[in-house]
Design a binder for this molecule. Sequence first.
Ligand code: HEC
Length: 300
Amino acid sequence: MFGVALSVSMFITIVLPGIDISSMSSTKTALENQLTYGWESGFNYYDPFLQGKDKPIKVVLTKDPATGEPIDQTDAYVFPAGTHFPDGITHDNILGDDVLQASISLGKIDQASEEAGAVFLVQATDDDVPYIENATATRGWQPDATLNAADQQLLAGAGKTLFVREGCWWCHTLLPEQTQDWQTFGRPPLVGDFNGESPTTFGSDRKAPDLLHVGSRNSSREWMTMHFFNPRLVQPHSIMPRYDYLWGDKDANGNPIDLAAWDEHYFEYAEGKRVYPPEVPAPAADSEARKLIDFVLNLK
Ligand code: HEC
């Protein structure tokens, strides 16, 4: 009797939701997120210390990387050779039937190779079904040429790993609730928004603002830079920790960063002995601070 009860309850809890989730087609948001974050942002064999390795780069293009011709501004997702593809490409049944069909027939995702790398786009059919296009197969866009042609590179994929590692989710959610919440934090996610993303960073207990759409309400890189270096520079009573150690040893100009000297100056300012706080160093292009800021600004 117990065995039967246990089996039935396991079936209801594990199998039924599984069927339900896999029958849900990916939304455009889910495709963009998968391609931005790549495969597995939590602990994994390829990035055991959660440094943001093995991640794609989101780029903004205004010229065709293959021909050099001008094109309308386009977001593309570059997976350099050897970078793991997200589940939507390698286990493509999670895309949902219609999205999968379009991604193969129009998008040629079945021709993408992790070994050689690929560039992906998010497109929509005439009936507004979102799908993934493998631009390496359809347009001859090679990963290196695409990075070179880009106007802007966003290291948001690596940044998500740092968001996980640094425990931002202890305080912040990425899940506006289906209550009045959306009036402050933007629209709640839809059921198909998370296909292929691992892990989701919903958070559980909110001690700070929801961040799912933070890049839409505050797109200032300068504000984010100051706020991450020391939140008290812009929000005097903030309980958020400082993340100045993510800047590393050198700033964007290659000058050494001296946190002790910075602190000394800052505390004099906090005590009213100086009029201005010390200047926040510009993060180096390969610093963890830059990656985290790219991730946050990309949360639209
Ligand atoms: C101890 C709790 C705590 C932790 C941990 C924390 N934050 Fe915060 N965060 C806050 C609070 C409180 C605020 C609101 C006050 C402020 O702006 O500082 C905030 C504000 C923010 C904002 C601005 C939100 C808005 O609505 O404009 C961003 C962006 C942000 N945090 C990102 C992060 C990231 C990324 C991390 C991890 C690296 C992180 N936070 C870790 C408490 C926290």
